[in-house]
Design a protein around this ligand. Structure first.
Ligand code: AMP
Length: 281
């Protein structure tokens, strides 16, 4: 079957009412400007479900006033052709005035989980994400939805949202896809100058050093954080915004790594571009 592009909510609802949260339908929510990271999610979706819907929506609610909403890359034509080859059946690029009409009042409050880590520096961001993803779940009615560990805090908040609100969608997260030199793929990497792009490789290097130190028996969060900071401070063009060692269930800070349940998450500025990355220990 050829890739269908469905723009209107009404038309999407008409189709999804036929499958109503069937496990055989997988949704991959994205903001477009697709790269190999997104496509890995789509391929996995098409492995586990016979219908794969990919939403493309640059969500205004998740951008702060000083952030890059206007310059965020958009290319539906290119995205659609990549999605057709990756096995998607439907692309859903809803119009902003339909998904977030001026009459909309309510939003989902992700609570404390939305105020820590990236949430401390991007107030309202995770409320914007949770609100739009819950709307996408209601409209597309998939049985499962696939996300990337690249945005670990987003995934953990959405996993809590489906638990807390009894939403019948099973969530799955896949490992971060990286460039050959370790930089996590991101639509925002296109903003980087050559020099910044080169410097940004030390983010993954720093995380690998953290991982190696942990494997060598170092479990103290403070020590691991210092190890990362040392790597990053060797790059004058990078500025660390935060690094935290937290529990994957609650996102509460941990003094010591709890093996199998620990996230080391960080954000770094390369010039004006904010990059995030993480590892699980
Ligand atoms: P975005 O378009 O940035 O909102 O991302 C859409 C989905 O793709 C989210 O679930 C992201 O976590 C995931 N994603 C983004 N970058 C990567 C990557 N490098 N590897 C794996 N998944 C990713």
């Amino acid at each position: 079957m050829e890739l269908q592009i469905i723009e209107s909510i009404e038309q999407m609802r008409e189709i999804s009412s036929r499958w109503s949260f069937s496990a055989d339908v997988a949704l991959v929510p994205t903001m477009g400007a697709l790269h190999e990271g997104h496509l890995s999610l789509v391929r996995e979706a098409s492995r586990i479900a016979s219908t794969v819907v990919v939403s493309i929506f640059v969500n205004p609610l998740q951008f702060g006033p000083a952030e890059d909403f206007d310059k965020y890359p958009r290319d539906l034509h290119r995205d659609a052709s990549l999605l057709a080859s990756a096995g998607a059946k439907i692309v859903f690029p809803p119009r902003a005035d339909e998904i977030t009409p001026p009459t909309m009042e309510l939003s989902i409050d992700p609570g404390r989980m939305g105020r820590v880590l990236c949430g401390e520096y991007r107030p309202g961001h995770f409320a914007g994400v949770a609100t739009i993803v819950s709307k996408l779940f209601n409209i597309v009615q998939p049985g499962c939805a696939i996300f990337g560990w690249k945005d670990a805090q987003q995934f953990l908040i959405l996993r809590k949202m489906v638990q807390d609100f009894n939403i019948p969608v099973e969530l799955k997260a896949l490992d971060t896809i990286r460039e050959h030199d370790g930089l996590a793929m991101s639509s925002r990497n296109s903003y980087l100058s050559d020099k910044q792009r080169q410097a940004a490789t030390s983010i993954h290097r720093g995380l690998q050093e953290v991982s190696a130190a942990f494997k060598n028996g170092n479990s103290k969060s403070d020590t691991l954080i210092e190890i990362f900071k040392r790597t990053i401070s060797a790059e004058p063009s990078l500025k660390l915004q935060y690094i935290s060692v937290v529990s994957m269930d609650s996102l509460e800070p941990l003094d010591m790594v709890v093996p199998g349940n620990t996230l080391v998450a960080l954000a770094v500025y390369a010039g004006e571009t904010r990059l995030i990355d993480n590892i699980r220990l």
